[in-house]
Design a protein around this ligand. Structure first.
Ligand code: ADP
Ligand code: MG
Length: 459
């Protein structure tokens, strides 16, 4: 880039290149109208403290160990899930389906977790710290797209700001996810993965890159089916429990659906879920792992003594885990509920839902707390509101003018955990995703339109 080019022309060239490169690099998403466009992204990588980035990566193994220990504590998992199930019909159905399929015998002892643990930075008197927002145990999205944004920002830096290159970390999330899925297939000696999808999915390329990559990198075939199609087309062989679909034996079932009640409009979708669970295919995730990833479980893990019970004699790991927990309380905690009524802006009220757009803030939080029937309370948690530092960036959304605005970023770290009933066999961080949104927006989802894809520039 000619250094003597006028500033406005330089930034226009940069913008045009960014938009074209987004398409060329396959940073694609369907619009609500079903057309193809670039996924929303930031023009520049956002600054992120290098030490805290490293900490988020190193926490991946700690959470993997925690989850593989948690999933084995069947009584504990059962008890916590039952309390939530009493207040929340969706958790109740998940738990019932889990129980019914467990009774039928262990379909498959091996399970694959592809987690994404999400963090916001929290600014406080003692300095900036990492705080976990949630851990996603099912349908952790944007691994492939996150990697592509990192590549896009890298290419633009190479051409326009080469001095920034050393501060842009590698992001091998996509190959990490592929290799973990391939390893799960290898363990059970199969070569077909079933992607369980939502009809009308807009974030389809994030999934397609995994499908194409499984084939190119590992010669593994994939099928895409909705829960309804699975109910209509799949069967479990009575002799060995193998899952048959379209003439194939399925080695791994990878869920990109099934995390929201909307995915189960009728009983037929629940029947499909149970069929999959009972089969000998590896599930990513199993119902037990999905139940481990609920918000109620996150809140329970933060109660005094619970981590000690799940990870006995592992004080250092416990300290590291607890170090990233935000304040979390059940609604039955009178003191916390009163504090939240007094200062609603310091809290977030969360139901047992995934996928964005469900949390309550401010006045809505207050009125929900005041009016919630006692029997529904166990279906919600109260969380300390995290206050991330802001920076400035330009958000690019398909069909919209570039928006220069004050933003905050949420870092997600992908991790794979291949676990049987006894120990985590394999556990590692794979890559990351940065999602960035205007300071004024409470919610965070990219698919939901709140946040855009970004990558970190370490500072
Ligand atoms: P979901 O399962 O819907 O993704 P999250 O717990 O991730 O639920 O919440 C959605 C979004 O709300 C997050 O991406 C984040 O932007 C915001 N959020 C959630 N919890 C907090 C919190 N404690 N403090 C500040 N913002 C939060
Ligand atoms: Mg989230």
């Amino acid at each position: 880039m000619a250094a003597n080019m006028p500033e406005t022309q330089r930034s226009l060239t940069y913008l045009t290149e960014a938009l074209d490169q987004a398409l060329a690099a396959g940073l694609l998403m369907r619009t609500a109208a079903g057309q193809l466009g670039h996924a929303p992204f930031t023009l520049y990588p956002s600054p992120y403290p290098g030490e805290l980035f490293k900490q988020a990566y190193s926490l991946a193994d700690d959470f993997n160990r925690l989850f593989s220990a948690l999933v084995r504590q069947t009584d504990f998992l059962q008890r916590i899930s039952q309390d939530t199930a009493a207040a929340d019909p969706f958790t109740r159905k998940l738990l019932q389906t889990h129980e019914r399929s467990s009774l039928a015998g262990p379909g498959q002892a091996l399970s694959l977790g592809l987690f994404r643990s999400d963090y916001l930075l929290h600014e406080q008197a003692g300095g900036t710290q990492l705080r976990q927002v949630e851990i996603n145990a099912i349908a952790s999205a944007f691994g492939a797209m996150g990697g592509r944004v990192s590549q896009l920002h890298r290419l633009l830096a190479e051409r326009h700001h080469p001095e920034r290159l050393p501060r842009l970390p590698d992001n091998p999330a996509e190959t990490g996810l592929l290799d973990a899925m391939a390893e799960a297939c290898r363990r059970v000696g199969g070569d077909t993965v079933l992607f369980v999808i939502q009809p009308g999915e807009r974030n389809v390329f994030d999934q397609r890159y995994l499908e194409f990559g499984l084939w190119q990198r590992h010669r593994i075939r994939t099928l895409r089916r909705s829960l309804q199609e699975i109910a209509e087309q799949a069967s479990v062989q009575p002799s060995n429990g193998s899952l048959r679909l379209a003439g194939q034996d399925i080695a791994l079932v990878y869920f990109r659906a099934g995390y929201t009640p909307d995915d189960y409009p009728q009983d037929i979708q629940w029947q499909a879920r149970e069929l999959l669970e009972r089969s000998s295919a590896v599930k990513c995730p199993s119902l037990a792992w999905q139940l481990c990833g609920t918000k109620k479980m996150q809140q329970t893990l933060a109660l005094p003594g619970v981590l000690e019970q799940i990870l006995p004699d592992d004080a250092e790991r416990i300290a590291r885990l607890r170090g990233c927990f935000a304040g979390l309380w059940p609604l039955s905690d009178q003191q916390a509920a009163e504090a939240a009524l007094e200062a609603p802006d310091a809290y977030v009220l969360k139901p047992q839902r995934e996928g964005g757009g469900n949390n309550l803030y401010g006045e809505q939080l207050k009125s929900a707390l005041q009016n919630m029937p006692a029997e529904e309370q166990a279906g919600w948690i109260l969380m300390e509101r995290i206050r991330p530092p802001s920076s400035r960036n330009i958000l690019l959304r398909e069909g919209k003018e570039p928006l220069e605005i004050e933003v905050v970023s949420e870092l997600g770290v992908f991790a794979a955990c291949l676990s049987d009933d006894i120990i985590p066999l394999e556990s590692k961080p794979l890559g990351h995703l940065l999602r960035t949104k205007p300071v004024s927006v409470d919610e965070g989802g990219v698919a939901a339109g709140a946040a855009v894809l970004d990558s970190p520039m370490l500072v």
